[in-house]
Design a protein around this ligand. Structure first.
Ligand SMILES: Cc1cc2nc3c(=O)[nH]c(=O)nc-3n(C[C@H](O)[C@H](O)[C@H](O)COP(=O)(O)OP(=O)(O)OC[C@H]3O[C@@H](n4cnc5c(N)ncnc54)[C@H](O)[C@@H]3O)c2cc1C
Ligand SMILES: *[C@@H]1O[C@H](CO)[C@@H](O)[C@H](O)[C@H]1NC(C)=O
Ligand SMILES: *[C@@H]1O[C@H](CO)[C@@H](O)[C@H](O)[C@H]1NC(C)=O
Length: 399
């Protein structure tokens, strides 16, 4: 279909937390450019963003991720209702686990993040309903970590972007369109015809591989299933508990205010073909995964599943997102496999790249979507999927 509309300078596809942050930062600096933000569902948010409990732990073995997370928290704390600095506690339940927390403490301090080794009693005082003191050998407290309200942050970015002239369009993108020279000139949609654009950014989360069919370089983004549960409602505590994580056991808990939430990575990884939302069908083995996880919660708390769901998010072979220009697709950029924890920092980074600013070379290479060139796609997918059980394994070593 031929269109007479003025082409967008930049079309951001996907209005989850990543695409919305991009629209916001791009429009901040480019008041004269035409920027559009396109999603097949602006309301509700059908991607991972709409379902993330929002744990933000800034310290990571990867210096790049630590840097992006710190940049991100700095941004989120300026958004009304966006970030609650409730802190996070990691618990060890064995000698090996305690040694690992010690190493993690040392590295976090060396990276300049507030971290404190506290006694099991102190930890239990901060989260009495979530910690069985007698199980704990060691506890590590990260005071500046917290909970991001991913939907609130996303709405904020969208509203601000709109106020700066960004057009938000509800449409299903069916493909990227190239001109005769092989450069992108727009996107095709299911219902809104052809949308011309000079630059296209794919911020389509777990669906990112779908719009990138014919390139030689593998783009190993693997959507995976993850069980999470909400507990029964209770009277809200005056001060919310910090996040609690049991890295040795791949389990974490959140105080949502009026109820507790619990998630676990302690199951065989399951790759998922996402349909139209980031919620997959419930997998029956997940009943046992959550039952085991509930074993870490004091029985007096009475935590039982009121609601369970299988939330889908992306894994990559090296745990790093894919952010930058797509090899072999001039004018097409990717910002995918980005966690809520890193979204604002990542969006700001890509914004700098697009504006031709000087960026940190190490970050650029680390996130480069072309970094897996020449490698076997099937093997890469396997590695990415295998990483699922490492998500909470701190320090990398086997138990
Ligand atoms: C259960 C669960 C727990 C999680 N826990 C945490 C956590 O504690 N901490 C953390 O940091 N992260 C967590 N995550 C991960 C986090 O949610 C995601 O990494 C993040 O939300 C990804 O944001 P996004 O904007 O890239 O993707 P999404 O939010 O998925 O947005 C992508 C958007 O693209 C749109 N789209 C896709 N294809 C098309 C198309 N062809 N045409 C038009 N629109 C399209 C979709 O509709 C969607 O709105 C969790 C995820 C889940 C599911
Ligand atoms: C978004 O999710 C809702 C609820 O699951 C669903 O009914 C709707 O079809 C989805 N929208 C799109 C565009 O996929
Ligand atoms: C580092 O970040 C990645 C991506 O968010 C995550 O999968 C991994 O578990 C983190 N590592 C630690 C030790 O927190």
């Amino acid at each position: 279909m031929q269109s007479t509309q003025e082409p967008a300078d930049i079309a951001v596809i996907g209005a989850g937390i990543v695409g919305s942050a991009l629209a916001y930062y791009l429009s901040n600096n480019n008041k004269t450019k035409k920027i559009i933000l396109v999603d097949r569902s602006l309301t509700p948010l059908n991607g991972s963003t709409g379902h993330a409990p929002g744990f933000v732990g800034q310290y990571n073995d990867s210096a790049i991720l630590t840097r992006l997370a710190r940049d991100t928290v700095q941004e989120y704390t300026t958004i009304p209702g966006g970030f609650d600095t409730i802190g996070g506690i990691e618990l060890a339940t064995s000698q090996t686990g305690a040694e690992r927390l010690q190493r993690r403490y040392d590295s976090a301090r060396a990276a300049g993040l507030p971290a404190e080794l506290i006694s099991p009693e102190e930890a239990a005082r901060m989260a009495p309903a979530l910690i069985k003191k007698e199980d704990v050998t060691s506890a590590l407290y990260f005071a500046s970590d917290g909970a991001a309200s991913a939907t609130c942050i996303t709405r904020f970015y969208q509203d601000e972007a709109r106020a700066r002239g960004v057009e938000c369009i509800e449409a299903d993108i069916t493909g990227i369109h190239k001109d005769g020279n092989g450069r992108v000139d727009g996107v095709n949609t299911g219902t809104a015809g052809f949308i011309p654009a000079k630059t296209v950014i794919l911020a389509t989360g777990i669906w990112a591989p779908e719009l990138l069919p014919n390139i030689d370089t593998p783009i190993p983004i693997v959507p995976v299933a993850h069980p999470y549960m909400y507990g029964p409602y209770h009277d809200q505590k005056k001060v919310p508990s910090p996040w609690i994580r049991w890295p040795d056991h791949h389990v974490y808990a959140r105080d949502h205010g009026p109820f507790y939430g619990l998630g676990s990575y302690n199951h065989a990884p399951v790759a998922q073909e996402p349909k139209d939302t980031a919620i997959g069908e419930w997998i029956s083995e997940f009943d046992n995964t959550l039952k085991d996880a509930l074993g870490f919660i004091p029985p007096e708390t009475g935590l039982t599943p009121r609601e369970t769901f299988n939330g889908i998010f992306s894994m990559t072979p090296d745990n790093l997102p894919l952010v930058g220009e797509v090899p072999g697709l001039e004018g097409v950029y990717l910002a995918a496999a980005v966690w809520v924890t890193h979204a604002a920092g990542t969006a700001r980074f890509l914004c700098d790249v697009l504006e031709g600013k000087e960026v940190d070379g190490e970050i650029k290479r680390g996130l480069d979507p072309g970094r897996f060139a020449g490698r076997d796609g099937k093997t890469l997918r396997k590695v990415a999927l295998g990483g699922y059980n490492e998500i909470y394994r701190v320090g990398g070593a086997e138990l």
